[in-house]
Design a binder for this molecule. Structure first.
Ligand code: NAD
Ligand code: ZN
Length: 364
């Protein structure tokens, strides 16, 4: 089991450890019992994860001497809302949860974001632990303390920065993860390589197929590399005032494409297309070589992520959507572009015409 320490400003939040391994649930239970004592531990999970791992996980924690209550929510993004918050909070109160209670998020980003949000406000905040079971969770959402629920007006509009007390990533969970969900995680992994780590990017080029086949050693190595990148960025900019924005590489156009598709495009698919677009914009603005942009496209293709737009996509609607975001953020759309693989920068000066031409070039 590998341990990474996230060191944060003590004035704002305490530091915590991320532990990564395979088949580590027994040790995780013992560590929780030892380090996060409480009269009650409440596991929040979704129906799919509960069916696959609920009993095993509950048994492991009970064996370690903990008093466990498990709360199940329906699977999927549609659970990430205030109605579910109210339901879970009602169950917490009924179970006698108090300020000492520790919440344990067992699931993907939906369970993690929702549980973190509840933990940040329940009884003016209680401790929580992240046990991510998706690739997105393990490389991205479980680390960094961004919590949120969605509102009818948009995603993640109600939330907080509230760090977990610990993160335990067991790559064995990924054995049962459907391919489409796994691919969402791969898009974020490619992003980490593109913005921060040429070595990671090269290792993906060497072995993306092995990673897709869930080669144990490679998975561990990759998840660890990504956790390390994210934690380093979060340590330097916990509240996303600057540097942390580079994590949005591929996300500006990606989000707009997701929204315009009515969310029939998954987040990973949107991000893959957004990275291709950002790469091409970087080339047109003479920052990045065409060869480097091509490497991103080839890697995304090998990961079975889309790199071309359906010609039916209404590109003006995509631009309008970007402008809608623009209004919110002081009239500039911030793009993360690349100078090289591993060398990003943020700019507010990419014109609509350039974006439209690049998107047209991706339509076929
Ligand atoms: N907080 C952050 O920094 C951050 C970062 C990225 C994404 N997010 C959020 O995360 C959410 C997406 O997370 P996600 O992609 O993990 O989606 P998710 O939580 O909806 O999980 C995807 C699907 O996989 C199922 N599942 C989970 N683990 C499984 C397993 N081991 N085996 C089989 N099935 C399993 C779930 O039931 C669900 O149906 C979004 O709401 C997004 O906004 C947050
Ligand atoms: Zn993302």
């Amino acid at each position: 089991m590998k341990t990474l320490k996230v060191s944060l400003d003590k004035k704002n939040s305490a530091s915590y450890e991320i532990r990564i391994g395979a088949d580590i649930l027994d040790r995780v239970s013992l560590l929780i019992a030892k380090n996060f004592k409480a009269g009650r531990h409440v596991v929040v999970t979704d129906e799919n994860v509960n069916a696959l791992y609920g009993d095993t996980f509950r048994d492991a924690l009970t064996q370690a001497g903990l008093n466990i209550k498990l709360i199940e929510i329906p699977a999927g993004e549609s659970s990430k809302n205030i109605a579910t918050v109210m339901e879970v909070v009602g169950k917490l109160l009924a179970a006698g949860a108090d300020r000492e209670t520790v919440l344990v998020a067992l699931g993907g980003g939906v369970v993690g974001d929702l549980t973190g949000f509840i933990a940040s406000v329940f009884m003016r905040s209680v401790r929580y632990i992240q046990i991510p079971t998706t690739l997105v969770g393990q490389v991205d959402s479980a680390i960094g303390g961004k919590t949120a629920v969605d509102l009818p007006q948009g995603k993640n509009l109600l939330g907080s920065f509230y760090q977990p007390k610990a993160v335990f990533a067991d790559v064995r969970f990924l054995d049962t993860l459907p391919e489409k969900e796994f691919n969402n995680g791969l898009a974020e992994i490619i992003k980490y390589g593109a913005i921060e780590d040429d070595g990671l990017f090269k290792s993906l080029e060497d072995g993306i197929e092995a990673l897709k086949n869930k080669d144990g050693k490679l998975l561990l190595k990759t998840v660890e590399a990504c956790c390390r990148i994210k934690k380093n960025i979060v340590e330097m900019d916990e509240h996303e005032q600057g540097l942390r924005r580079i994590l949005n590489f591929g996300h500006t156009i990606g989000h707009a494409l997701e929204a315009v598709s009515g969310y029939s495009l998954s987040h990973g698919e949107g991000v893959a297309l957004g990275m291709v677009a950002a790469g091409r914009i970087s080339v047109r603005m003479r920052y990045l070589s065409a060869q480097a942009a091509g490497r991103i496209e080839q890697l995304a293709e090998r990961a079975c992520l889309p790199t071309r737009l359906d010609p039916a996509v209404d590109l003006t609607a995509v631009i309008d959507r970007l402008k809608m975001d623009k209004k919110k953020k002081d009239a500039v759309v911030r793009f993360v572009l690349l100078k090289k693989i591993g060398m990003p920068f943020v700019t507010g000066s990419v014109g609509d015409k350039m974006i439209l031409e690049v998107l047209e070039g991706m339509s076929q």
